[in-house]
Design a protein around this ligand. Structure first.
Ligand SMILES: NC(=O)c1ccc[n+]([C@@H]2O[C@H](COP(=O)([O-])OP(=O)(O)OC[C@H]3O[C@@H](n4cnc5c(N)ncnc54)[C@H](OP(=O)(O)O)[C@@H]3O)[C@@H](O)[C@H]2O)c1
Length: 353
């Protein structure tokens, strides 16, 4: 049975937190996988670190462990490179993998700004390889069901407003200057780390999250800055039809369970759980009835995006319909505008990002 599933051989770049979550989900035994995932290689800044990572998270499941990223790109048996470095390195890591002819799944935020993302997609286009931003939340069955209810079945009528927050108590002052959450050269700040999820829900709730451009939105934003790094961001996206999405992030406390509310002419939806990994949602209709939608989620839920990538690649596609290149660029253009108004800058930004 599993022989008939598309198979992807992954090369993992970096051995930090997100890579550990991703690889554990790749090898998770599941009831109904849509693809087969093999961890072909792991690359780290240090061979010892790489070995510890494999031993701890995927023991016996990867025999090619390298003390560099280059050796992963050079491994002829790697089909796709997963990039789990801090945002500031995504552009270089993506370009290196693409130049080696590899497909790429790169963590969010895809790059530091829209200009960098366009460069990566140009390179992917020239090489004919698949590239996608790993915005895993969009691939959850919960998210797909919600979008169908909101935008196809019009379960709450015309949508008027979306509120979404992602806040974590990150205790930034306790971190060292080289932390990716504190160092502007590593893309620090709540906006690219967690605010990107609030923005994602703002877009998904308002317009289904594809096919629109940043220029059709009026964006108003403010940021709280600590040494140039944003510790809180609030932004309003105003649509031409008057719809508003209010998206916020903070490093100072944890978002309450209902992290997103979507309001329409015939009711509202509350989404609960973790902003990046929702657990359930409830549709409250204006007639007083309500319905809760719950979904099974073994592990963390990274396999849904991984399966989708495998199916796309097997179908010969170079981009995803769920997270297409234009949507990654739209998200980054909005993030650029928020930072322009809010004041947070990265040393890698050129004038106007
Ligand atoms: N999808 C999600 O839910 C989610 C959650 C958390 C983070 N992320 C994203 O994943 C990326 C990494 O975040 P993380 O939390 O995994 O970070 P992390 O724990 O700090 O790990 C980052 C890894 O990148 C490598 N690296 C290369 N150069 C580095 C440098 N100068 N400083 C620090 N690390 C460097 C290191 O691995 P080696 O030493 O092995 O090379 C390091 O362990 C970010 O873009 C973040 O936004 C996504």
């Amino acid at each position: 049975m599993s022989e008939q599933l598309p198979t992807l051989r992954w090369g993992i770049i970096a051995t930090g937190l997100i890579s550990s979550w991703f690889v554990q989900d790749l090898v998770l035994q599941r009831k109904d996988p849509k693809a087969k995932h093999i961890i072909q290689a792991v690359g780290s800044s240090s061979l010892d670190k790489g070995k510890v990572f494999v031993e701890k998270y995927i023991p016996g499941q990867c025999s090619n462990v390298y003390g560099s990223y280059e050796e992963v790109y050079a491994n002829a048996d790697v089909d796709i490179v997963y990039i789990g470095t801090p945002h500031a390195f995504h552009k270089k890591n993506c370009l290196d993998a693409i130049n080696a002819g590899k497909h790429v799944l790169c963590e969010k935020a895809f790059t530091l700004n829209a200009k960098e993302a366009k460069e990566v997609f140009e390179a992917a286009k020239a090489k004919g390889v698949f590239v996608m931003e790993a915005m895993w939340t969009r691939f959850f069955p919960l998210t797909r069901k919600l979008l169908s209810l909101l935008h196809e079945e019009k379960a709450i009528g015309e949508i008027y407003r979306v509120f979404c927050d992602f806040a974590l108590n990150q205790n930034i002052s306790s971190l060292g200057p080289e932390s990716r959450l504190k160092n502007p050269a590593l893309g620090a700040g709540t906006l690219l780390d967690i605010g990107i999820y609030s923005l994602t829900w703002g877009l998904l709730g308002s317009d289904a999250g594809i096919g629109e451009t940043a220029s059709s939105l009026d964006v108003v934003a403010r940021q709280t800055l600590d040494n140039g790094v944003d510790t809180a961001t609030s932004a309003i996206l105003l649509y031409p039809d008057g719809k508003q999405a209010i998206v916020t992030s903070s490093a100072s406390f944890k978002t309450k369970s209902v992290f997103c509310t979507i309001q329409g002419s015939q009711g509202y939806v509350d989404i609960e759980g973790f902003t990046s990994a929702p657990q359930f949602f409830t549709v409250y209709s204006s007639d007083g009835s309500s319905k809760k939608y719950e979904f099974e989620r073994p592990g963390r839920g990274f396999y849904w995006e991984a399966d989708a990538v495998a199916l796309d690649i097997a179908a010969g596609k170079v981009q995803s319909d769920i997270m297409p290149w234009a949507e990654t660029i739209r998200v980054l253009e909005i993030l650029d505008e928020i930072r322009k108004q809010g004041g947070s800058k990265f040393p890698q930004d050129s004038d106007g990002n």
